[in-house]
Design a binder for this molecule. Structure first.
Ligand code: PCA
Length: 211
């Protein structure tokens, strides 16, 4: 049976909740197949997150892997295209570790591209009325580290990618923060999963960023 792995993250950086983890729970609750969906919430630690992802991929051998995380301040769902092979932590992780200027995956290329149909995923999420865009940086913190790891492990054929989500409306850090309802975040992740399973080639439409 086809298996897809969807992960979110625990809270970090002083936030009480992480909408990526909450949304992953919602997706799991209402998943009706026919594929098998495996979900997990990863620790926001350099030492733990990548190991956990590697273990999950080894155990479940998914055809597709989508990791999701919070990008507080963003206004749209960001379907990440580029994983840079760099760890440079601007804040400590949940272990208190703050590694600087290290490769995410030793002896791997400087960057890798997501192997999901990123433009089509963003297009379908936007068509569902949820703001979405292709993003060209997943940062250099734990999310990018997990994204790089997923692409390293998936080099053998699994499709893999990363989706950054805004703060949830239910747990906005302050009035005026850019947010989305957690139900919309969950819907966006569902669309990302469905599109990754159903669409082999990405939409050949102009994208990119001017700056
Ligand atoms: N966001 C952080 C780490 C965990 C998360 O949800 C990031 O973007 O790296």
């Amino acid at each position: 049976m086809t298996t897809v792995l969807l992960t979110g993250f625990e809270p970090f950086g002083g936030d009480a909740v992480n909408p990526s983890g909450e949304a992953v729970h919602l997706v799991a609750e209402r998943w009706s197949g026919p594929e098998r969906l495996v979900t997990a919430v990863l620790p926001v630690t350099f030492a733990g997150a990548a190991d956990r992802l590697r273990a999950l991929m080894a155990e479940h051998r998914p055809e597709a892997v989508i990791a999701a995380g919070l990008a507080g301040g963003r206004e749209a769902i960001g379907v990440e295209r580029v994983a840079v092979n760099l760890v440079d932590a601007r804040i400590p992780d949940n272990d208190g570790a703050q590694p600087v200027d290290q490769p995410s995956v030793p002896d791997a290329p400087p960057a890798r591209f997501a192997t999901l149909p990123v433009k089509e995923i963003a297009r379908r999420i936007a068509a569902a009325g949820i703001p979405a865009e292709v993003s060209y940086t997943a940062g250099t913190f734990v999310c990018n580290h997990v994204f790089s790891t997923a692409l390293e492990v998936a080099a053998s054929g699994t499709r893999a990618g990363f989706v950054h989500v805004p703060w949830s409306a239910e747990h906005a850090p302050s009035a005026g923060s850019a947010t989305l309802p957690v139900a919309d975040i969950a819907r966006a992740l569902e669309i990302a999963v469905r599109t990754s399973l159903d669409v082999a080639a990405d939409a050949a439409v102009p994208g990119g960023a001017l700056h």
